[in-house]
Design a protein around this ligand. Structure first.
Ligand SMILES: Cc1cc2nc3c(=O)[nH]c(=O)nc-3n(C[C@H](O)[C@H](O)[C@H](O)COP(=O)(O)O)c2cc1C
Length: 361
């Protein structure tokens, strides 16, 4: 039972495991283990994206890999960070200063992507250029699915995918002509919607017709893979799984929190990007739940507000405030492991589950 579905054939992989990561090493390891590694490039400048794609290609050889970008259409076209920072009402800066003082966070020396860039349509356009000019085999879009970008990616010879969290978004992605839909449920790590994975998948499968659907959100075992296939999905798309792998190299403070976390240790917060994002509960999420906390700003302004503080927290390793985006599947990842071990375990468990099902049938 190899589970080599149509989605696997479309992208040319052996196992129906599609893995999202912000790590080059993880992305490459997923592809090398027979799945499809997809690198999240949203926090990288265009020249970096070009370089990262080269690095991944050097690690995977002829095996396919993908690049993923967040392309929210609600974000405007302002590009001046200083003006955006100055436009934020003072009480927001005061609140952020309060977090800094309560936890004695020194200023950041290195900064980060968000202290140097303002998310804007022109930044997205430049990121798209770099991704499409790379030799990545797959292009995935999330948070928004601009039809013209999908058309250009297809014309550039890439397979296209789109993450969606609700039927209304699925129709848009289908109209744009994506090759594979990723239906991501509420359980998922990072940006997430309100519909549970089990409720979402069969609806999207029914809408998608011949277009393959992957199941995302809460996948932590082979039983989930078997269930996804039973619901008509053609594979799983996972993100949380890889955070505790050797290849990911999480900061030891964050790794310890991830290994200890259970499903209810994750919370949805707007404190990072302004959009709902599932993360592990830490002093960071609790600060933003205080009664005196302001309602987080909309994307991209929340990242303008907190960019420097977050960079400083990571740089100076302020343990209580260190967090990571993670989904409810974190409960299945309480051992430090490797990407290949995760993939082997999932395949073996899925085979057991499928045998159990066929015995019942
Ligand atoms: C740490 C982390 C960061 C993520 N960042 C992105 C991102 O930048 N772009 C994206 O499309 N999805 C992102 N995701 C979501 C994944 O693509 C995936 O849909 C999700 O992790 C699946 O649910 P799971 O976390 O239960 O495996 C992220 C997930 C995690 C855990």
């Amino acid at each position: 039972m190899a589970f080599r579905t149509e989605a696997c054939k479309i992208v040319g992989i052996e196992r129906p495991i599609f893995g999202f990561s912000h790590s080059v090493a993880v992305t490459a390891a997923i592809s090398r283990a027979g799945g499809l590694g997809v690198f999240g490039a949203t926090m990288h400048e265009p020249a970096e994206i070009t370089e990262i794609a080269r690095e991944i290609r050097a690690l995977v050889g002829d095996r396919p890999f993908g690049l993923d970008l967040l392309l929210p259409q609600s974000v405007g076209d302002d590009t001046d960070l200083a003006t955006a920072r100055a436009a934020i009402p003072q009480h927001y800066h005061d609140f952020v200063q309060g977090i800094r003082e309560r936890h004695a966070v020194p200023p950041s020396r290195k900064g980060s992507f968000y202290t140097r860039n303002l998310r804007s349509q022109s930044l997205f356009a430049a990121q798209v250029e770099a991704a499409l000019a790379s030799d990545a085999n797959v292009f995935a879009a999330a948070v928004g699915v601009p039809a013209e970008v999908i058309a250009r990616a297809r014309a550039a010879g890439k397979q296209t995918m789109a993450l969606i969290g609700a039927p209304k978004h699925a129709q848009k992605a289908l109209d744009a002509g994506v090759d594979v839909l990723i239906a991501q449920g509420y359980d998922a790590g990072a940006h997430t919607g309100t519909i549970g994975t089990f409720s979402l998948i069969p609806q999207i499968v029914d809408m998608a017709g011949a277009v393959p659907v992957l199941a995302a959100g809460g996948v932590g075992s082979g039983r989930h893979l078997a269930a996804a296939l039973a619901m008509g999905a053609q594979g799983v798309w996972m993100g949380t799984a890889w955070l505790v792998t050797d290849e990911h190299r999480a900061d030891p403070i964050v790794l310890e929190k991830l290994l200890a976390a259970k499903s209810d240790d994750t919370v949805i917060s707007r404190s990072y990007s302004g959009k709902t994002l599932r993360m592990i509960r830490t002093a960071w999420s609790e600060e933003w739940d205080r009664p005196d906390a302001p309602v987080p700003l909309k994307m991209p302004h929340q990242q303008v507000l907190i960019g420097e503080l977050l960079a400083a927290i990571r740089e100076h390793r302020i343990a209580p405030l260190m967090w990571e985006a993670a989904g409810q599947s974190i409960a299945y990842f309480n051992e430090y492991t490797t990407v290949a071990e995760v993939m082997d375990r999932i395949m073996a468990e899925a085979q057991e589950a499928a045998k159990g099902l066929s015995a019942l049938a």
